[in-house]
Design a protein around this ligand. Structure first.
Ligand code: SF4
Length: 315
């Protein structure tokens, strides 16, 4: 896999900042050249029923930094992804079930591939739970990943609002009873051993009538959009010295893309973690986006590099 990108002549550099190509001390950046489109993420919009201060998307009620993606926006990308051999469609927000086209988008996607939806499993999902009935009959599996920040209700509710822990568990239970595949996402709890965290979550799941071994995905702190974060810069040498061909293929930008709607048009970003930086717009079509080597310039790239952080459950 190619981990370099030629610095274009000065008159062709206008589309991206110089920092896309070199670090602040002028060393060549590490790059990832995508080898496939295994997973297509669609961002359903940054509107959310909750306003968590730590949200990496800055989502909140009425937010439109990223606009609601309508069925007619999503369909051409779903169709194009199918021609490129995509294996899964994944959806993130905001809260996807705020979007009134979500069921229709899922209904269409599930005819062709398995789908993953990231949700807070509270009111917007619970209100539409009966609309999910028909999706159980589709050709492919529908999987939900529910955010549960902490195994203690008070800690979860401190960020998400009182009663949200219980509501998320109610949403999880309803989805489980309907037979959907489930996982849970939480932030890394650095002051506790992973065994203890697993034990505490298992007790919560058991008490809620859920399988106690529900898969859990842990995330490092990503910080809200456009936060100035000082993270080590990843050079071309770092990608060669500290990564292998195999580990480089596991970076999301090596095998996935994300489509968002901004300012009335859809754009393809390198991954789910960089939509606050216009340098990461790689084109309007998926095919053209796959030709662009992806720079390790964003501060969140360090989480991928150092901790193997990934929103995907495919690798
Ligand atoms: S955040 Fe991770 S997946 Fe996204 S572009 Fe950076 S290294 Fe790639």
């Amino acid at each position: 896999m190619n981990i370099t990108a030629a610095i274009p002549p000065a008159d062709e550099q206008h589309t991206r900042s110089k920092l896309w190509y070199v670090t602040s001390d002028d060393k060549p950046r590490g790059f990832i050249q995508s080898y496939a489109l295994d997973e297509l993420w669609l961002h359903t919009g940054t509107a959310c029923n909750l306003a968590c201060p730590f949200c990496l998307e800055g989502s909140k009620p009425g937010d439109n930094r990223l606009q609601l993606m309508r069925f007619d926006d999503a369909k051409p990308y779903i169709d194009e992804a199918l021609t490129l051999g995509v294996k899964q469609f994944s959806f993130t927000g905001g809260e996807p079930f705020i979007n009134k086209d979500m069921i229709r988008i899922l209904d269409y996607s599930l005819r062709y591939r398995p789908c993953l939806v990231l949700t807070n499993a509270t009111e917007p999902l619970i209100k539409r739970i009966t609309h999910l009935e028909s999706l159980r009959e589709r050709n492919h599996k529908l999987h939900f990943r529910v955010s549960l920040d902490h195994f203690e209700a008070s800690q979860h509710d401190a960020g998400r609002g009182e009663g949200m822990f219980d509501l998320a568990l109610e949403g999880l239970r309803k989805l489980h009873e309907m037979g959907f595949a489930l996982s849970v996402a939480n932030q890394v709890l650095a002051d506790m051993s992973s065994e203890e965290v697993t034990k505490q979550f298992a007790a919560v799941f058991r008490a809620a009538g859920l399988p106690e071994d529900l898969p859990r995905i842990e995330f490092p702190e990503f910080y809200p959009p456009e936060t100035e974060v000082s993270a080590p810069q990843i050079t071309q040498n770092c990608m060669a010295d500290f990564q292998t061909e195999k580990s480089r293929r596991d970076f999301m930008c090596a095998f996935s893309r994300m489509v968002v709607k901004r300012d009335g048009e859809c754009q393809v970003f390198a991954c789910t973690l960089v939509d606050d930086d216009a340098d990461y717009v790689l084109g309007k079509t998926l095919s053209e986006s796959l030709q662009v080597p992806v720079s390790m310039k964003h501060h969140r790239c360090y989480s991928c590099f150092r901790f193997g952080a990934s929103c995907s459950e495919m690798k």
